[in-house]
Design a protein around this ligand. Structure first.
Ligand SMILES: NC(=O)c1ccc[n+]([C@@H]2O[C@H](COP(=O)([O-])OP(=O)(O)OC[C@H]3O[C@@H](n4cnc5c(N)ncnc54)[C@H](OP(=O)(O)O)[C@@H]3O)[C@@H](O)[C@H]2O)c1
Length: 325
């Protein structure tokens, strides 16, 4: 089968579109014929292996241990191992795996859910990592509640476009922060207020928010703190390394002063949340924003684009013989 592989850290030039052996499912695995995959920042972060300390977390100090990129996947079950109970050949599924940029992938059933019949493979593949990060950031870390004021910083990207819609589905009053070219998109996905960060800085506006979720954090943690209401919460999903480090190192201490809480967190993919997102998709409460689609052979180009940092929503890889742009 054809797959994307890499054996050294570096720019997208290290990626190879090549023939590898088709995998066979282990007893607890499902073999998926991949129809679509989507990109996440973690794909290019793992490919770059930067900063160096990140290699300690992903494994492979000198060379990557994981040589097959791609996490978000949607496709059709082709075969199942003998201990698999929840899926059968022919089922259409979506979820998270290792090595999604390939024609086939094996994955344990715990990170998969059935794809709603009314949702395309592209839309389903766009969901897992970004939407689960948004969901867990808002619900678990942010303790989102109906009627509260929620600000999504970095609202136009993969995580942000889901965060706006999921926050609305919880009944929050949502303010989206993005650049001028994405203001209409932010409105179209349901944001009640949209702030153009090239024209105004919400951290100095005097407005206060009950929950700030930073999909892309580029302000200092003290600026975010100023923009929180008395008992507000700040949750950082991603953005600059300096901002993430600030939240990891200073967040716990700042959370001890007064009643504002600040934290960084790492999303955990689980079946229950993949299924919950399937329900939101099926009901039309969450509609993935897809910026671009690329064929499997052009994953390197797709990652180059994502790495520029201004994708609008998600970038999808179509893994089909009849791919047409
Ligand atoms: N902690 C976790 O478990 C976890 C999980 C998933 C992702 N992440 C991290 O979360 C971050 C976001 O992921 P993503 O998938 O949303 O990335 P992405 O899709 O690449 O984000 C691109 C978006 O960032 C926006 N952006 C760029 N500069 C900005 C700024 N100064 N202010 C506000 N928005 C800005 C861009 O909007 P404009 O074009 O309008 O500027 C663009 O739409 C990444 O750092 C990723 O590594 C963490």
């Amino acid at each position: 089968m054809r797959a994307i592989t890499y054996t050294e850290y570096g720019s997208p030039d290290v990626l190879r579109f090549t023939e590898v052996a088709k995998p066979a499912p282990k007893d607890n695995q499902v073999l998926i014929k991949v129809r679509a995959a989507s990109l996440n920042a973690l794909d290019w972060r793992m490919m770059r292996g930067k900063p160096l300390f990140a290699r300690l977390m992903i494994g492979g100090l000198r060379k990557p241990k994981l040589t097959r990129p791609g996490v978000d996947v949607a496709g059709q079950v082709e075969a199942v191992g003998k201990n698999v109970t929840q899926f059968k050949p022919g089922d259409e599924v979506f979820g998270a795996c290792r090595g999604a940029f390939a024609e086939y992938v094996c994955v344990i059933e715990d990170t998969l859910a059935l794809k709603p019949a009314n949702i395309s493979f592209d839309d389903a593949a766009a969901v897992p990592v970004a939407a689960i990060s948004a969901l867990q950031g808002l619900r678990d870390k942010g303790r989102i509640q109906r009627g509260r004021k929620v600000l999504v910083d970095g609202a136009a990207g993969g995580v942000g476009t889901f965060a706006v819609q999921i926050a609305k589905s919880f009944g929050a009053e949502v303010t989206a922060v993005c650049s001028t070219r994405n203001v209409d998109t932010a409105r179209s996905i349901g944001a009640d207020h949209v702030l153009d960060y090239t024209r105004e800085d919400f951290t100095h506006s005097g407005q206060r928010y009950d929950l700030i979720i930073a999909a892309n954090a580029y302000h200092s943690i003290f600026d975010y703190r100023r923009a929180l209401s008395q008992d507000g919460r700040f949750v950082i999903v991603g953005g600059g390394w300096a901002q993430m480090l600030q939240a990891i190192l200073l967040g716990p201490f700042l959370s001890l002063i007064g009643s504002k809480k600040m934290c960084f967190f790492v999303a955990k993919i689980n079946k229950k949340d993949v299924m919950l997102l399937g329900d939101l998709l099926e009901a039309g409460k969450v509609v993935p924003v897809i910026d671009r689609r690329y064929p499997l052979s052009e994953v390197a180009e797709a990652l180059r684009y994502l790495e520029e940092g201004h994708a609008r929503g998600k970038v999808v890889i179509r893994v089909e013989d009849d791919f047409k742009t």
